[in-house]
Ligand binder design. Structure first.
Ligand SMILES: [Mg+2]
Length: 403
């Protein structure tokens, strides 16, 4: 088997233009800034990405709090020295070595993990989902995120997405429960019975007894399930135990270990899986396996990545053996590619060369090698704010530089 010694780890702070300002409960800054990682070995290369969020995580100050700048330091000072020179074909060994460099920092690890899977998939000539056991589905159903915005604007956004084939919405809520119940009722009237309305309070409805009242009202108004009405595992379990409406865990389920404890303690009925929360494709796949073994459905969400990180989510979702729910992922597409105008469009441009294919409200999973999409190097350079790299030196040691 070909060896793929890792010779380069490059990081970029990239800023994509957003279509409009998207907010959720607790998100204090505009989206669009992402971390892109490139690894290379000889003529082969792979890309990875994550969207570190400093102001999003679990209850009571855990986890995690990262930024792109923090993760560039983590990758070049703590991860690259443990990765350079190692054989990428042994992804498991490389990732175990990387984890010895630093505890935590799942966003930094995820971007590196995705790049390694892309590199190995491309070198082996197979899509990443084949590295994960093979495809269980060809398409990934999408939910469109309706951010915190005035009711009339939310209804207008939903109308535009319905016209473009959207069959599921994630409605961001939290700061004003009365407004939330009213909006869900109006959205149900607009959408009809067959469209999924999932509500995400981002931990905004605590304490648990108050949350139970609000969840009941949201169910009566037409919500199908509610995501993280409160923060904290015990608090969430309390709501789940007493709610007729299904409850989804997001902020309180990051790692495979979290997922095992969630199942054991009956914390939630549904898991929201992200590639980044569990430190990459390997960890996220394990979470989907826990869900499958426990008979729990899951989605495959992200934090609005570019086409690179989005492709990683598609690959993990494609290989999951569990029931997959409509997921909040972008319809990644370069400007003027004839893609959607509102549904799944959070950015006005992207760094992949061709648009993702939307069919009947679902994204097609590509069968091309690696993540399945090509990166437009000119675009990537255009949107890069800062670039750093670590190379394998002639003596086998890591050498860092930046611009
Ligand atoms: Mg959420």
């Amino acid at each position: 088997m070909t060896r793929l010694p890792i010779e380069l780890v490059e990081t970029r702070r990239v800023q994509l233009p957003t279509r409009t300002d998207f907010r959720w409960n607790g998100l204090e800054r505009p989206l669009g800034e992402v971390l892109v990682v490139r690894v290379s070995s000889g003529e082969h290369e792979g890309f990875g990405e994550s969207v570190p969020l400093p102001d999003w995580g679990g209850a009571f100050g855990s986890p995690y709090g990262e930024t792109v700048s923090i993760d560039q330091i983590v990758i070049h000072e703590q991860l690259a020295p443990f990765v350079l020179g190692r054989d990428a074909m042994a992804i498991g060994e490389v990732l175990a070595s990387a984890r010895r460099g630093i505890i935590g920092y799942p966003y930094a690890l995820a971007a590196l993990d995705i790049a390694l899977h892309d590199l190995v998939g491309r070198a082996a000539g197979v899509p990443v989902h084949m590295l994960l056991g093979g495809r269980a589905r060809r398409t990934i159903p999408l939910a469109h995120m309706i951010g915190l915005m005035p009711e009339e604007q939310a209804l207008e956004e939903a109308s535009r997405c319905l016209e473009e084939g959207c069959r599921a919405f994630q409605v961001k809520t939290g700061p004003d429960a009365n407004r939330d119940v009213s909006l869900v009722g109006r959205l149900r009237d607009l959408c009809g019975d067959s469209v999924v309305l999932r509500v995400d309070a981002n931990c905004g409805y605590g304490p648990p007894k108050r949350a139970l009242d609000i969840v009941r009202a949201l169910g009566d108004a037409g919500a199908n399930f509610v995501e993280q009405p409160v923060g904290g595992r015990e608090e969430l379990a309390m709501v789940t135990r007493h709610s007729a409406l299904p409850i989804m865990a997001d902020e309180d389920c990051w790692t495979p270990h979290d997922a095992v404890r969630l199942v054991a303690d009956g914390v939630a009925d549904i898991i929201s899986v992200y590639v980044a929360k569990s430190g990459g494709i390997a960890g996220a796949s394990t979470v989907t396996r826990v869900a499958a073994a426990a008979g729990l459905p899951h989605d495959l969400n992200g934090s609005l990545e570019t086409g690179i990180g989005n492709a990683a989510s598609l690959q993990v979702a494609a290989a999951s053996q569990a029931e997959l729910l409509a997921s909040v992922l972008p319809v990644s597409a370069p400007t003027s590619s004839g893609s959607t105008a509102a549904f799944g469009r959070y950015f006005t441009d992207d760094v992949i060369t061709s648009p993702m294919k939307l069919v009947d409200g679902s994204l097609e999973v590509p069968d091309d090698p690696g993540l399945g999409f090509e990166v437009d190097r000119g675009k990537l350079d255009h949107y890069t704010v800062e670039r750093r790299e670590s190379r394998l030196g002639s003596g086998g040691e890591a050498e860092a530089s930046g611009e």
